[in-house]
Each structure stands twice: as C-alpha cells, then as structure tokens.
Design a protein around this ligand. Sequence first.
Ligand code: ZN
Length: 459
Amino acid sequence: MFILRLITKKDRTNHADFGKILIICLYDSKYIEKGQDLSNISLLYEREALKMQILADLPKIPAFIRNSYQLWMGAQWSKETPHDVFYGTGWIHEVLGRQLARKSCMAHWRDAKVTGNTAQLIEPTTTVLDYTRDIAGELQEFTGADTPYDALIHFQTPGFENPLTAGDLSKIHDFVRDRQVDDPVGDHPNVSVDVQNHIIKCMIDMASINESKVEILYETAHPACLGYGGVEQGVKLGVTHDPHMTPFKSLITNWHEIGHAVYRQSIPYGHFVAGRAMDEAIAFLFEYYIGYSDDFMQMMLDEGLAQCGYDMDMLKRHSTEIVRNTKRIETNPIRHFIDIDLCEQLERALVNEDIEAEDCEVFWARLVEPYADIFPTDYPYYYDVHMMSGIYGDRPCYNPGMLAAMQIGDAKNVTTDNFNDIVMRVAQSGHDRFDTAVKDITGQSLSTEPFFKWMTLKF
Ligand SMILES: [Zn+2]
C-alpha cells in the first residue's frame, strides 16, 4: 500500500522523484523508526539543533533529512497539534522534496545576489512556494485561521498580535526621512579580531551562559542561535565577526544572539519559546534596550573599544545613525519596521495565491515605491533570506517582537544588573502564547507606546 501511495501521487519536481527512490531504499532500513515510539518533542528539539549545525557548516545535512522523515513519521499517528499538521503534510517522498527544493532555492539565491540574474529564481521559488501553500492550506483548515498565510504566522507565533498601524508606519517614514544620511559618517576605528573575541567573551560571561545547556560554535556563517535548553547542550549559539559590518554593529549582533541563548537555555523540557515574536523580543531587548544603554557601552569601551580609539559619544552617534544604503536586517532599528512590513506583504500575496513567483519583481516594485525617498536605489525583493529558504510566516514576528522588547524593558526597568533574572522568569513561566505572555510579564497588552518613547529618548 505504501509503494502504491508513492506512484499514484503526481510529482511536482525531480526532487520528489529522487525522494521516491530514496524512500523506497530507506523504508525497511533502520533509519526510520516506528512512529509510535517517537516523542515529537525530542524530535523537534533535535531538528532545531541540527539547523544550527548546518549553519556552522558542519556536515549534518543527511542527519537533518533523516530527522525530517522522523518528524513526518511521528506526525502521521495523530493530528492533534499544529506541529503534527506542519510536519506531517504531504507524502513521505515530498519531505525530502521540500528539503532539496529549499536547498536548491538557496543556491540560486546566492548566485542571483552576485549576478543580479533574477530569472533563475522563479522556478525554485515556485517549487518551494507550492510546498508551502500545501502546508499553509492544511494549517488553515486545522486552525480556522482567516487565510493560509495567517495560519503560518500563528504557527510561528501562537497568539500573534501586531498593534502597528498605517499611521505608525507613516510616522516612522517621516522620522527616517528627516534623519537619514546616505552612507555612514564619522570614524569607525578598526578593532582587531582578538579584541572582538575578548568583548564577545565578556558578553557571554555577563549573560551567564550555561555551557551544560548551550554549545557555543565559533566562526559560523553569521551569528545565530537555535534549539532548546530542556536537553543537554540543546541550545546552539553561533558567534562570529563580520568584516563587512562596522565593529560596533558586528559586536552588537552577537549580543542579540546571546539574548536568544539566555532565553532558550532556561526553557524547561517540553516547552518552546512563546512564539518567534517573544524569541525576537528577548533578543531585541538585549541588542537595543540593554545594548544601547550607557552601562553596556561603557563595558564595551572598558574591555577594548577605548584602546582602539572609541569613546562614548562615538558609540552613541554610531548606534543611532540612520543610514539609507542598508538592507533588511543590517538596517537601523527604526526603518526596520518598514522593511519587515513590506516583506510580510510580499509573503502574504504569494502564500495566499494573489500573485505567483514570477510576479515578485513587479509586485515588490509597487510595494517599495512609496518609500523611494528612504530606501536604497537598488533594493531587490529577493534580499530576504527567510523567504528564499522557504521560511514563510516568520518575518512578521520581528515587528511585534521589537515592540515587546521595549515594553518589557520599560515595565521591568531592565538594566545590565537585572536582565538575567527577568529573562529566566520569562523562560520558565511556561507561556506558549505571545499575547498572553506579553500581558502577563508587563501587565498590559502589546502597544507601540514604549517603542516610540525609546525612539525619542535615544535618537
Ligand atoms: Zn533574532
């Protein structure tokens, strides 16, 4: 019956063909365990950790694919949670098809970024999108969400909410236009790798990273953090330096990821982050609320930046500069709201079948048009790596995440002295919904007010 399923299912891609062959080879082998014995929680933890191994360029891709099969098998025996639906959708050969399609899309994306040849992106984007639409459709049916895309957002962040209005975006637009400069101004003295490593080490110590729960990987493709602390070294923290960024930005990006690690290391077994929005909220709390404080900047100066020629005024000027020629994640925390909002609109149109992959360029041109006075002249739609790697529904969490960071910082008077306790309590509260977690921690529903207060104070 199993083989019959495979040959009656119409194929979408060559990847799926390859998947069929492989799964026939694997089916009776020891690689796939019986679903009844699997604990999906452990599998989900394993998957998170493996994603990081890939980023660190460790040869874990076969393990990642095996884990995808395990998840698919585990999800076949019940359809009780959105995770079951998300990982169990499609036929088994499509699990591999999905992985390979995402990998292929990433390869074409890297190439397109260099050559500017966007035509080659259409086919792999279409394939990844088709898989995503199938999952989103099933999730929508399961959760009763308004649209398939909303189902994906709520899968990534249960209890998702975003109080940012069109009026707020227009206020941000005006602020950025008045303040922006085309390119970074002022001095950014060189900071040697040794000094950067020393400062990163100080950040890790300051954050009380628990090395029995967190495995630290050095020189990853970019700083990152994944996994859960409910299992031994279940959290993977990647730290590194980026010569393309200014030393301050490069250092503070590691501090962002250390924030994820502090949150994730304290999550008890069986629990997850309170949605991706809360995961980002804690990381932004580190990067901007704590990272832009005098105490934190003084620590960076004392531990090495002062000897490289920096002073407090330089760091403050630099951290609050709004530079026009920046894209997506590397931009400043103010314009970032607009970048994220447009990403969300593009993803939404694609997943909800309002446009197809070949329409991306035209659709994106229309989206960025009102912001022509604050965006770089060349700002292609494919700059967003999440969409290109098939992670849809995750990007929108960054805006409420930033708002929640400021609201938590404000409500709890977060400082370099008390942040560890506060984050640990958030992690151990057992919250799995973002909206109720925010309300419980801060005593109020999510609002934009603390963010605008912070913006006026710092910028
Ligand atoms: Zn993050």
